[in-house]
Design a protein around this ligand. Sequence first.
Ligand SMILES: Nc1ncnc2c1ncn2[C@@H]1O[C@H](COP(=O)(O)OP(=O)(O)OP(=O)(O)O)[C@@H](O)[C@H]1O
Ligand SMILES: [Mg+2]
Length: 426
Amino acid sequence: MDRATAGGVPAPGDRIAENVDLRPIPRIAIQAFCETPEVAAALEQAAGDRRMARTHVKIHMGGIAAATDFYSSAPTPNLLFVESKERREKALEQVDRLAAVCDGGSKVILVGHYDDVALYRELLKRGVSDYMVAPFDLFDVIREIGELYLSPDAGPVGRTVAFLGARGGAGSSTVAHNVGFALSRDFESDVVIGDFDLAWGTAGLDFNQDPAQGIADAVFSPERIDDVYLDRILAKCADNLSLLAAPATLERTYDFDETAFSTLVDVMRAGVPAVVLDIPHVWSGWVRQTLMTADEVVITAMPDLASLRNSKNLVDQLKLMRPNDLAPRLVINQVGVPKRPEIKPDDFRKALELDIAAVIPFDPALFGAAANNGQMIAEVSAKSPIADAFSDLARRVMGREPVRKARKGAFAPLLSRLSLGRRAPG
Ligand SMILES: Nc1ncnc2c1ncn2[C@@H]1O[C@H](COP(=O)(O)OP(=O)(O)OP(=O)(O)O)[C@@H](O)[C@H]1O
Ligand SMILES: [Mg+2]
């Protein structure tokens, strides 16, 4: 829905006064499939409200049936509103069909026309986030979204993925930037890439940006960081992609204490659906701490002995530090350099007891062109299988299956969402 045309008739004054406490909604992607013009109008008005300025909203007609059809071949957004005029049994059948095409990370709100507590309970059991009974107005919509994303037990909005090289120059930053780019394209929700390599970081070069030294501002004045400050220091690179670039200058040295990046990471994950952290190849207190807070860790290795040893140490260390988390993902990069003896992916798999998430060939022409043009692989060569590999990795780290494989047949279980909310901060 075009924001400029959204809005429509102003809300009545008493509703305005009652709702002055509403807070701005984070940068999530919201889509709706409505059946009645009244529901579409309320959502449209909400989309035009200033508190929704950071969100990406698309409103379609056709109700839950059209949504099921649509998402059988497209990823679902962070939040999905679907309307049904059916009563309990039929509505639940429709919801079950939608669940079969819905990605695990998405929240779903059913909009119905009957005040039915039994239906509401059944929906919660199925992992639907809430049931809203029409009619309602824009304030009800914004309050509802706020309760899902801003309440103290809502859990972080964002998924944080830390990328670390098993050795210098392995291509970790290249992988991080390309995965971030794929996330912003494939999921239509906001992605922020934080370049944590303050002295040498290449995110600015890779995206052909000459932005302010975003990340240094944030790290050297942590007391100022909040969502409004974050908005100011982000440099926009593409539709849904923003960058916190590194200064990449050497006037000062960068010696950080262990928690130097913690506030910044917290603010990012509270407001952005996908956060990519490009971590330099060093082992210091703040790197360890940042790896502790990430939802996923991606290690990029080269097919050589140093990478194998370092990956093994990293995987073991991460298991100790994060015993209750998923194992890190391992990317083997720059495979197939002519005449170079290489360690086989299968040997990595056996030594690390870890499935290999991606094997990326050495392709100096493609990667060189991308680096020199300040472009991503998918921009230089959209059809390249390497671009597909980055998209697949992007889906995996977001907790979703690659498109070509079967999808999960249910909404994310309610319990797993609740436990996210209880996750200890920092
Ligand atoms: N698969 C590949 N084939 C050819 N060149 C590649 C490949 N992957 C990365 N490169 C190139 O390797 C170089 C190093 O990549 P990158 O800066 O991403 O590595 P890094 O692991 O982040 O290094 P650092 O240790 O400096 O952080 C870049 O010039 C990049 O273009
Ligand atoms: Mg790097």
